[in-house]
Design a protein around this ligand. Sequence first.
Ligand code: ZN
Length: 675
Amino acid sequence: MTETMSKNTDLPRHLEINPSEIEATISRLIASNTKEIESILEAVGEEPTWNNLVAPLEELDDRISKVWSPIAHLNAVASTPELRKAHDASITKLSEYSTEIGQLQPLYSAYLKISQSGAYAEFSIDQRKVIKDAIKDFELSGVALPLDQKKRFGEVSRRLSEITSLFSNNVLDATDDWVKEIADVSELEGLPDVNIAMAAEAAKSRGFDGYALTLEAPSYLGVMDHVENRSLRKEVHEAYVTRASDVGPTAGQYDNTHVIDEILSLRRELASLLGFSNYAELSIERKMARSTDEVLSFLKNLLDQSLPKAQKDLQELQDFGSKYYSLESISAWDIRFLSERLRTQKYSVSQEELRPYFPLEKVLAGMFQVAESLYGVQISSSEPLDKWHEDVRFYEVRNQGVLVAQFYLDPFSRQAKRSGAWMADCVVRREIGNFLQLPVAYLTCNFAGQVEGKPALLTHNEVVTLFHEFGHGLHHMLTSQRFASISGINGVAWDAVELPSQIMENWCWKRESMRMISGHWETGEPIPDALLDKVVLAKNFQSGLAVLRQLEFGFFDMAVHSSLGPIDIFKVIEEVRKSTALVPPPDYDRFPWAFGHVFSGGYAAGYYSYLWAEVLSADAFSAFEEVGIFDRETGNRFLTEVLAVGGSVDALEMFKAFRGREPRIDALLRHSGLK
Ligand code: ZN
């Protein structure tokens, strides 16, 4: 960046977004983009160059993304029926537009021509990556296919988007349909007060007295973790693991059996149209992993490494269950319950006990201090142009006094706000001649706000979540890339994108950094070492069984997406479980029927990414452990080799540039107590 560069912070006006105008605005944008693409192609003629093709197309993309990001964001955090309707209708239009552009032969030819021209050799590395990625995007959109196959590709894609959303609607409806009425609170013995209050609330909203147990995560997990009554646990467990299937209390009503068959068959067809032998190969094409074989041997190796610990974990549970609950053998509905009891007995520390030490303000100040120590950036709060809710905060990131990025933080849960925590981009960093567009991020969490005159206090789990999303935010904001398609998290392989987020979590487990981010809300005293030690000890409790569960999902996902023809997914999961399920699940267990990550989310033949990125982040953090977790030189290297490069280099090269070698699994095994 030069001194003469002009900058624009370019913040959206959220309050000016009018749901009734969204669809028309998006249609107008799409129409005008489509027209401009025609003129660009005309102007390009036989001589496509960076300036007459790539740069103006990026401009068009950015125009849409700057209008769309705040709309999508508002729909997620402050939704109304009008907004949701306009959002859903527009997203269909946008996806049709992107398929259309992706299959535009003249555009593809122009990119190919640039890549084969003499000028290409003179291009910088980032320019070449932009072109390489674009060509791959065209090819994976079916641009090179003969006309009839192109048409079929479009039909298959459209049907896939319909049927994957049918899959998730079935899961949603099956989840909502089941409710268990409880008249006597004594049946809920063991359930924490907050869950009992929730169950009473749920009963009231359904118009009956007493308590309602549902299959929504907080209710389901509350029962599995805490309820003493074993047969009640079994009943709720059965309802949960049979959702959207051919068995269980709602058998056949929202059955995903044929939906899954069709999804897999369409994906096989898509892969085969593009010349891959199965869908897993197509998925791996854009990932850091080099082949499906590499993924499988990665999973297999991790299985071998975690089995001994998992067996020990199970033995410990079994001993505990037989000693305190006279259980002869453990069933699927006992695992979480016994784990929770054993954890409390062994470590005598609960998440609630930690809250007073983590007032949000203190944690934020400490987290910004961690970022400053590592990357030399200063973060200060500021007034946003506008905010969609009074809780929203706004921050500026500076490097040696120079503004480099901004972000919104929307920390608390409320109605009409999607659950969970995530980072989304609001504005992407890019340079256009002498003009610099600064990156802006949205960080969204769902913490409890202030209650009873106390400030907002976080559990340690929530602190970890905040660090995780902040890590994604730093990846987006501390990028030094000039081109939008490889800036920040853009263009980064799916199985590597969690590296910057997961690595940040490590600073939540170390004494030095815990002193920075904790301070009792009444006394200001940092978390006592003795309490922290208990938290750290409890970190890897039952980690063997937890990894095994992730491996089960990963193996299943790879198996169903590697098949060459129709398969019986029940047989597949049974086969996988022979090596991953130490406690055999009941016959009626239909977990895959509700496995949204791979059947309706973006994780098809990609579920392994969670574990894969954990290897990267653990190994990267071990570089800090070797020299000190606040080592400025290592921090700077992570900034320049990982955070700043965005998608401009391949993920493996990026990792090697930071670590000086290929990733190794040892740090993950050590960090998660498997070795
Ligand atoms: Zn993440």
